[in-house]
Ligand binder design. Structure first.
Ligand SMILES: [Zn+2]
Length: 224
């Protein structure tokens, strides 16, 4: 109650949510970026990571996906190895990968080494037909290697890359919290659908790419 002292309440006005980090109370990606930047500690970022982050913040995806990407690049997702480090889980059976239950769950294993997620990245790589520009290993580390792609393809691949990482993370959470099992087909279909939705909704021209074309050859869809 003490903390409420000096706060005046307008009974005529309805309750509403306010974003604390802008003057007008409305969420903005920039304010979120500034907030994360100010919370960073430790050694300065290397120049490749700085470029990766500035490319990320220009990606045309919903803000929650930008925040997820930021946490991914900084290895700040709540993977089990991180939870062990914070004393939330005990090392051993509690820290095993949620999908394969064989290796310790860290970001590298969960997203790239685990059989389930690796099969997803390989299918996405084939779907994008990127072999002329990027090796599969380059693609896994796409935000470090995005400048190897032609300028007009970068945003599309970035959106699909983020949709892939996001789907793997969502499926991993569904395994833990909803006791679901990992389903390859469902995960692929979520990636294709989400990436198409995000790509289309940020295009200035409407109907720039129909779902049928996106499903077959997404990189033939042009950006506007
Ligand atoms: Zn695993």
């Amino acid at each position: 109650m003490e903390a409420m002292g000096g706060v005046s309440v307008d009974e005529k006005e309805d309750d509403s949510f306010r974003w604390m980090f802008t003057n007008n109370g409305v969420f903005s990606v920039k304010s979120c970026y500034d907030l994360f930047k100010s919370s960073l500690s430790g050694p300065p970022l290397d120049s490749k990571k700085v470029l990766a982050l500035s490319f990320l913040w220009n990606c045309k995806v919903p803000s929650k996906i930008l925040v997820f990407g930021w946490r991914f690049i900084h290895n700040r997702l709540a993977t089990k190895d991180q939870l062990v480090r914070r004393g939330v889980l005990v090392e051993g059976s509690e820290s095993l990968c949620s999908m394969c239950k064989e290796k310790e769950e860290d970001i590298l294993h969960l997203f790239f080494k685990c059989d389930s997620s690796c099969s997803i990245w390989r299918r996405v790589y084939m779907w994008l037909d990127l072999a002329n520009y990027l090796s599969f290993e380059d693609f896994e580390d796409f935000f470090i290697n995005y400048d190897k792609l032609p300028v007009n393809k970068r945003m599309m691949v970035a959106i699909i890359w983020l949709a892939t990482a996001w789907s793997i993370w969502s499926k991993r959470n569904a395994v833990i919290f909803r006791k679901e099992s990992f389903n390859f087909t469902e995960c692929m279909s979520e990636i294709i659908h989400n990436s198409w939705r995000w790509f289309s909704s940020f295009q200035k021209k409407k109907n720039v790419c129909n779902f049928y074309l996106w499903n077959i050859r997404p990189l033939d869809c042009s950006e506007s």
